[in-house]
Design a protein around this ligand. Structure first.
Ligand code: HEC
Ligand code: HEC
Ligand code: HEC
Ligand code: HEC
Ligand code: HEC
Length: 358
């Protein structure tokens, strides 16, 4: 077991690669700047190797290592490692503990949370992705509800989440999508036109990746009420999770109520209806959206409404990310909030939907 390697020599990295490279200004939804900021043609500059990688034991970026695919100066973690601030550069891991707060909506994490906790050996608090965490001691390479992956999880590709699952190498699986414009509704047609480069998934990404989000400045997740026992559709965000986890919360035969919690279920179909029309203190006609307990929608417009009309249907869909963060959180099972510690601490996210139980 490695002891908290990330804490060592944190100073060496700051400002690190982010300072070196030309990160986009807020609002520019693709990479920009001189090619040489991010690519190296011969993997050598003034006799020094030009690749950086994130050394978990050293807890810093170091030069050396094998050349990266796409002639990049570093891998996914090298570029996406840093402390978030306002702006559009999404950091998914930092050397110091992020400020998550009770719900991860007011500090310095973004929509997917952070890999920080799982990178510190807390297996239940994130996806154990290669290069930033050891493999999960409990689950191994098997997603609960699904079938074993060919290897430990990677950021992208066949054993990963982003890009094309048909391509083995993570950088290649992204297919040049970093260079393409990514604003407006994503229809899932190609990697670059998929929500957060998750191939085939629809949605609308907040350009700041939910930096301190609000009801009208947030991601818009795609989903709709499904009938009977059909699987979540692959272009919905729950369908994306189901690619690996199967229909996790719909599985039968297990005693745990969590395994049965409805997903891709619209609040307008709930019983008793008043309970769900009361989402976040509304009456079903104009409920204020709560970014700590997000809902999916079938509305594919570019509008991001601050209130939702639940009674209209398919605007308030329970999805995997209503309760979970995609990368990780300080709470077990990568939950968005610690409902078990409520009311002393934690946050009653369950009660936002189960409005008669808050
Ligand atoms: C050389 C640096 C660099 C490398 C290497 C890199 N990224 Fe990025 N990535 C960026 C920058 C810069 C942005 C922000 C562009 C923007 O504002 O949309 C970005 C944005 C993203 C986004 C958000 C896209 C969106 O929806 O707007 C995802 C997802 C992503 N990267 C995943 C990856 C994965 C997975 C890898 C490894 C295969 C990777 N990145 C490697 C620099 C890099
Ligand atoms: C801020 C970082 C950044 C800058 C600047 C940048 N790139 Fe890239 N580029 C990436 C990343 C990350 C990938 C790999 C992931 C992907 O393909 O999305 C990539 C992939 C590529 C690829 C292979 C994928 C494809 O499109 O076929 C080519 C070619 C490429 N870049 C060329 C260039 C050129 C030419 C420039 C300068 C005009 C440049 N890049 C500037 C980050 C950058
Ligand atoms: C590419 C496959 C893949 C995808 C897609 C995927 N997961 Fe996972 N997930 C795994 C694997 C493998 C594990 C077990 C190992 C681990 O935790 O890293 C896991 C574990 C988990 C866990 C348990 C964490 C723990 O250790 O207790 C949760 C919760 C979870 N995933 C939720 C999600 C959600 C929500 C999504 C969609 C946003 C999702 N997963 C998408 C592969 C995947
Ligand atoms: C995004 C909204 C939402 C959130 C958040 C939410 N629920 Fe639910 N929950 C629902 C809906 C909708 C139903 C289905 C009602 C129906 O079947 O008529 C439901 C059903 C249930 C059921 C009944 C399951 C069954 O098989 O009948 C339980 C128990 C439950 N939720 C507990 C919780 C707990 C505990 C949490 C917090 C960890 C939670 N819920 C969070 C919307 C939500
Ligand atoms: C209503 C809230 C809610 C929704 C929606 C939800 N989950 Fe969960 N999930 C939970 C809770 C709570 C736990 C933790 C149960 C526990 O710790 O006993 C959990 C646990 C898990 C685990 C971990 C199981 C393990 O063995 O560690 C996985 C994997 C998972 N969920 C995947 C999903 C996927 C995939 C979806 C969407 C298809 C989803 N969840 C939707 C609340 C939810």
């Amino acid at each position: 077991m490695r002891a908290t390697p990330l804490l060592i020599s944190a100073i060496l990295l700051i400002p690190g690669l982010a300072g070196l490279l030309g990160w986009p200004a807020a609002g520019v939804a693709r990479v920009q700047g001189p090619c040489s900021d991010c690519h190296t043609i011969h993997n050598s500059r003034q006799g020094e190797p030009m690749t950086y990688f994130f050394d978990r034991d050293e807890g810093q970026l170091v030069t050396g290592g094998d050349p990266n695919p796409a002639l990049l100066v570093t891998g996914c973690v090298g570029c996406h490692l840093g402390v978030n601030s306002a702006g559009s550069m999404p950091y998914v891991l930092s050397l110091e503990e992020p400020d998550y707060g009770l719900t991860g909506t007011g500090g310095n994490t973004r929509a997917a949370g952070s890999f920080y906790w799982v990178a510190h050996g807390q297996d239940r608090k994130g996806h154990n992705v290669t290069g930033l965490a050891d493999w999960d001691r409990q689950h191994g390479y098997t997603p609960p509800g699904g079938t074993v992956l060919p290897a430990q999880l990677t950021c992208a590709g066949a054993a990963g989440c982003h890009g094309s699952p048909e391509v083995a190498t993570p950088a290649t699986a992204l297919q040049g999508s970093h260079h393409q414009e990514k604003s407006g509704w994503r229809d899932g047609g190609t990697v670059a036109t998929s929500y957060r480069l998750l191939q085939g998934v629809q949605g609308l990404g907040d350009p700041s990746f939910e930096w301190q989000p609000s009801a009208s400045q947030r991601n818009k997740y795609y989903g709709y009420h499904r009938s009977g026992s059909s699987d979540p559709a692959p272009d919905t965000i729950s369908g994306f999770c189901a690619r690996c986890h199967g229909d996790f919360h719909q599985a039968t035969g297990d005693g745990s109520p969590w395994l049965r919690h409805p997903v891709d279920f619209d609040l307008s179909q709930g019983e008793p209806l008043e309970e769900y029309l009361g989402y976040n203190g509304g009456d079903g006609t104009a409920n204020p959206y709560n970014v700590a307990v997000p809902l999916a929608t079938a509305d594919t417009s570019d509008q991001v409404p601050a209130t939702i009309e639940i009674s209209a249907g398919d605007q308030a869909v329970v999805m995997c990310l209503s309760c979970h963060r995609a990368h990780g959180s300080p709470v077990d099972a990568m939950l968005r909030w610690d409902y078990k510690s409520w009311p002393a601490n934690g946050y009653n996210g369950c009660g936002v939907c189960h409005s008669s139980k808050n």
